[in-house]
Design a protein around this ligand. Structure first.
Ligand SMILES: *[C@@H]1O[C@H](CO)[C@@H](O)[C@H](O)[C@H]1NC(C)=O
Ligand SMILES: *[C@@H]1O[C@H](CO)[C@@H](O)[C@H](O)[C@H]1NC(C)=O
Ligand SMILES: *[C@@H]1O[C@H](CO)[C@@H](O)[C@H](O)[C@H]1NC(C)=O
Length: 305
């Protein structure tokens, strides 16, 4: 059988051509690299990776996965903030979260934007500046929101649901840091003021890796959770999203071009403080882990600055 070795040769070449988990990191030589993370045995959390195959070129364009392996000293956000021209976020995309906040199920996806200065690494502190801290009778209602994040690889305008995944590089997990004081109490009720409540610098940690659509063929089957100081607060599945990944990409491309590197935060499941009778709002020093199955975790501490 001569076809068998040839087949395995092609299979192994394919393995090196398709990156699985795109990361950006500082290595022990203090230089920055892009890489394809090598997972340690027994975990799919790229935040635990200590090594990666270096990627040469542009992960949003032409690139090559080399056989040079580098140690990971620190994982950075998967792309530099300036390469992400638009951070789109979806409000109200899980029925149980809509219920807990007493709102109605939307007929169309609800969109707001964060500035790209909100993006943060999967491990650095989340800065809380004075205007977002408790002052007098204004309570700093800091909340957590775990979300699946879509990363666009190819321009998309007016595309259909069926075309959507051709435009997606992969998926990662993000933390839509939320301040209910500015979002709602000072939000021009009855309308929420999403961007003032969610758009501050560093309020969108994301990573630890962009996991390729080769690895995650169906993004609507993944466990998604939040832990605050080690205690599970949110624990759901992306199967519960009202508007799935394909529809969000297609809907947002209706009259607006999605560009390579743009990200879409896809809404949070239930379990947030806002939905609780006795909320324990986050404060200085609290550590929040957001996680997505087969992708990994971002773990960031709040820091009053
Ligand atoms: C949401 O609330 C409605 C009405 O109370 C209820 O029928 C439904 O089961 C709830 N769904 C979830 C997912 O909590
Ligand atoms: C959008 O796509 C539809 C369906 O393919 C097509 O009929 C329409 O002309 C397109 N509109 C624009 C502005 O490209
Ligand atoms: C979420 O719930 C599942 C099923 O009950 C459980 O196996 C898993 O450990 C929970 N995850 C977290 C982070 O608590």
């Amino acid at each position: 059988m001569r076809t068998l070795p040839l087949f395995s040769l092609i299979a192994s070449l394919t393995f090196f051509v398709n990156a699985q988990r795109f990361v950006r990191f500082i290595s022990t030589d203090n230089r920055e690299y892009y890489g394809d993370a090598i997972l340690p045995a027994g975990t799919t959390d790229a935040a635990k990776s200590t090594r990666a195959r270096v990627i040469d070129g542009d992960i949003l364009g032409d690139f090559k996965i080399t056989d040079r392996v580098k140690a990971i000293k620190k994982l950075l956000a998967p792309l530099p903030s300036e390469r992400v021209r638009t951070v789109r976020c979806v409000g109200l995309n899980y029925v149980a979260h809509i219920n807990e906040t007493g709102q109605v199920i939307p007929k169309w996806p609800i969109l707001f934007y964060k500035p790209f200065t909100a993006l943060n690494s999967p491990s650095d502190p989340i800065p809380i500046s004075a205007g977002y801290q408790t002052q007098g009778d204004f309570v700093s209602k800091m909340d957590y929101e775990t979300e699946l994040v879509i990363v666009i690889k190819k321009r998309a305008f007016n595309i259909s649901d069926d075309e959507a995944l051709d435009h997606v590089l992969g998926y990662t997990v993000g933390h839509d840091v939320s301040h209910r004081g500015w979002q709602i109490d000072r939000g021009g009720q009855p309308q929420p003021q999403y961007s003032m409540g969610k758009g501050a610098d560093g309020w969108a940690p994301w990573g630890p890796a962009i996991v390729s659509t080769n690895v995650i063929g169906d993004p609507q089957t993944l466990g998604i959770w939040t832990k605050v100081n080690g205690v599970t607060m949110q624990n759901s599945s992306t199967a519960n999203m009202i508007f799935g990944v394909k529809h969000l990409v297609s809907f947002f491309s209706m009259g607006t071009t999605l560009l390579p590197g743009d990200v879409i935060f896809t809404g949070t499941p239930s379990g947030v403080n806002l939905g609780k009778a006795n909320p324990v709002w986050l404060t200085d020093g609290d550590v929040v882990e957001v996680g997505l199955e087969n992708v990994g975790t971002c773990t960031n501490a709040l820091k009053y600055v």
